[in-house]
Design a protein around this ligand. Structure first.
Ligand code: BMA
Length: 300
């Protein structure tokens, strides 16, 4: 398959942020009419993260807002679960609204928080929708079999698998089941987690995931793609045998966390192109482009 890094990578670095940050990375992504909107994680000088909006008319040149969109302080009813920061937002349009899932970080360790917005100005925080430890949550954009669905990644003892579960109202979740295990002896053997949210195609739900393998003192984060059954999304019907993106470039190799490509947002264009926004080494925002056809072709 073909996947092409933007020649302007990294598209966004901390120098582009109009206030002081350590880094900007792991954006959720959505296209609203003709505007590309990224909800980016910024690690502030305190070492704690918040979320800021960046917007673009062409998907390549972004302008970052002067003010943070969502911070731990906004979480008045659940502050103790986000006190150390909010991280890695994924955006899913459902029924004309945008639902945002992200990691709340605190002494209770990571858990999943849900918020919703209609306009990316006002936001309603629903609060935690998982226990700790859990992260990497992606929502499906529509009901399937009468339920909303999400994938997530609980950490149980040494296991780190992707799970799937369902809800009547996006708040109460149950019927948890394992969606996929890391494949032993491969690039994803240590842990896997959902990356960019599931998108419907005529062949099934396409979803990005990340896989991690430890080598010596480093862990290497790569991206793969999954195809889930349209009506029974707990069934994996296809999976890339190799990563579709691996840390190769210097801006992916060297940073706060070396050897990482990580994605929490992608945009499917009407013409079949797919823009994968991702971060290199937990430091920046990059773009790689491919097509739905290419992504489907590697899901075997
Ligand atoms: C994951 C998350 C991400 C991060 C990635 C690579 O576990 O913490 O925020 O980008 O590790 O360090």
């Amino acid at each position: 398959m073909e996947i092409t890094r933007s020649k302007n990578n990294p598209l966004i670095t901390k120098e582009d942020v109009p206030f002081r940050v350590n880094s900007i990375f792991n954006p959720g992504a959505v296209k609203i009419n003709d505007t590309y909107l990224l909800l980016c994680r910024v690690e502030l000088p305190t070492g704690r993260s918040s979320l800021v909006i960046a917007e673009s008319r062409n998907g390549y040149d972004f302008k970052i807002n002067d003010e943070l969109f969502l911070t731990p302080d906004h979480h008045t009813k659940c502050y103790k679960y986000v006190e150390w920061g909010i991280e890695d937002a994924r955006i899913t349009p459902i029924d004309g609204k945008y639902f945002i899932t992200y990691t709340g970080y605190s002494k209770y360790m990571p858990l999943i928080v849900l918020a919703e917005t209609s306009d990316f100005k006002d936001v309603k925080i629903h609060g935690p929708i998982s226990e700790s430890s859990n992260k990497d949550c992606s929502l499906f954009p529509e009901k399937i079999n009468g339920y909303y669905w999400k994938v997530d990644r609980p950490s149980a003892e040494h296991r780190k698998d992707i799970w799937i579960n369902r809800s009547p109202d996006l708040i109460h979740w149950g019927r948890h089941q394992v969606l996929m295990n890391p494949e032993e002896g491969s690039w994803e053997q240590d842990k896997i987690g959902a990356s960019s949210n599931p998108v419907k195609t005529d062949k099934g739900w396409l979803m990005l995931y990340h896989g991690v393998r430890g080598f010596g003192i480093t862990s290497i984060y790569k991206l793969g793609v999954l195809l889930l059954d349209l009506n029974e999304p707990w069934k994996v019907i296809g999976k890339s045998k190799e990563p579709i993106l691996s840390p190769d470039e210097e801006y992916e190799r060297i940073g706060d966390v070396n050897n990482v490509v990580f994605s929490t947002g992608w945009i499917f264009e009407d013409n079949g192109n797919v823009k994968i926004y991702y971060s290199g080494a937990d430091m920046n925002i990059c773009l790689a482009e491919t097509t739905v056809e290419d992504l489907l072709s590697v899901c075997k």
